[in-house]
Design a protein around this ligand. Structure first.
Ligand code: BLA
Length: 316
């Protein structure tokens, strides 16, 4: 079997560790998302004190059931960030990044969200500063965080165009600057994605640094509940679940989702998924297996250049 000599896409091409003695087959390999994680941790350290999360003890790395795909987990906290965690998946056929930063409840900051799925040359990407509060009904919230970020959003949503219909429920978790895109792998596209990631993360860190700590208990409670609702949604309905279950089995996947990726579900609040999303009740009283009740919608980007929501209704 020929050893593979691989070139890494991500800008700084290098010979991968998979290079072995013997005759080599030259192949352009997939992206590695490790550079994205390294950037975010180094950049965070330049702004604030980065401390290890207690989750590090239990979650570090895993080999999938195929014996070859690797899952790498990292987790930290800072004086203003409850949890900064990432999971990367590196396999022959698949590379994934799931990175998120969850602020402490004294801050109404958006949740940083980078979800990149790469397989057989296709890429499914969500990059956003997910709003903690509804940007349509809470104009003050939209103005506070997103009005200033619109130029940044417009720059990258042109380079990385709207990915087409998606589960309609997701749109409420997205901001006017969300990058939702699909593309075929190329060095250029991955470089654009990397710079989008860098600029979005820097923008988020600046918001974090400037944020004013909330002292009003009712506002803190409202931040807490909004974050809990978000965690509850993603731990139950994130589109990556199927892949995770195939990779590591249902039991470990569930543990990873509830206790690592969306950790806080059992501490931050006590409502259940069905309390927040009663439309998912199924006849026998359990949570409907469906990913979406509304169905798919939003063929086109439902925000205009000012960040105003222009999707007529949630189906569009
Ligand atoms: C597809 N991932 C998607 C889609 C979205 C997202 C919008 C398109 C399909 C859909 O509409 O559901 C991502 N959706 C999000 C995110 C939020 C949301 C980030 O609501 C946040 C609120 N994706 C991952 C990970 C994996 C992954 C970790 O983030 C795998 C481990 C895989 N995502 C994945 C796959 C698809 C997908 C395989 C296509 C399959 C499908 O559409 O069912």
């Amino acid at each position: 079997k020929p050893a593979l000599m691989t070139i890494n896409y991500n800008g700084n091409s290098h010979w991968s560790r998979r290079k072995k003695k013997g005759h080599c087959l030259l192949r352009v390999s997939a992206i590695s998302y490790q550079d994205f994680i390294d950037f975010s941790l180094n950049e965070t350290k330049r702004h604030t004190l980065l401390l290890p999360s207690p989750l590090q003890e239990k979650y570090s790395s895993m080999i999938a059931l195929d014996g070859q795909t690797r899952l790498e987990m990292s987790s930290f906290e800072t004086p203003r960030i409850r949890l900064l965690r990432s999971m990367s998946i590196e396999g022959e056929a698949m590379q994934v990044l799931d990175i998120a930063a969850f602020p402490k409840p004294e801050f109404d900051l958006p949740i940083f969200c980078g979800n990149f799925f790469t397989a057989t040359n296709t890429n499914i990407v969500v990059l956003d500063l997910n709003p903690l509060h509804d940007v349509v009904s809470r104009r003050d919230y939209k103005e506070k965080y997103y009005d200033r970020l619109m130029p940044l959003g417009l720059k990258y949503t042109e380079l990385l165009p709207w990915g087409g219909k998606l589960t309609s429920e997701s749109i409420k978790f997205f901001s006017p600057i969300v990058i939702w895109t699909k593309f075929t792998s190329s060095k250029y596209k991955h470089e654009v994605l990397y710079s989008a990631f860098v600029e979005y993360y820097k923008a988020w860190l600046e918001l974090m640094e400037q944020a004013v700590e909330e002292t009003d208990p009712s506002r803190i409670m409202s931040n807490l509940e909004a974050q809990h609702r978000y965690l509850t949604w993603r731990a139950e309905k994130d589109p990556g679940h199927g892949v995770l279950k195939r990779l590591i089995g249902e039991k470990l996947a569930k543990d990873l989702l509830r206790n690592f990726l969306f950790s806080g579900i059992d501490e931050v609040g006590s409502k259940t998924f069905l309390d927040y999303f009663p439309e998912y009740w199924s006849e026998d009283g359990t949570i409907s297996e469906k990913r979406s009740i509304v169905g798919k919608g939003f063929e086109n980007r439902p925000w205009d250049k000012n960040g105003e929501f222009v999707g007529n209704d949630l189906r569009n």
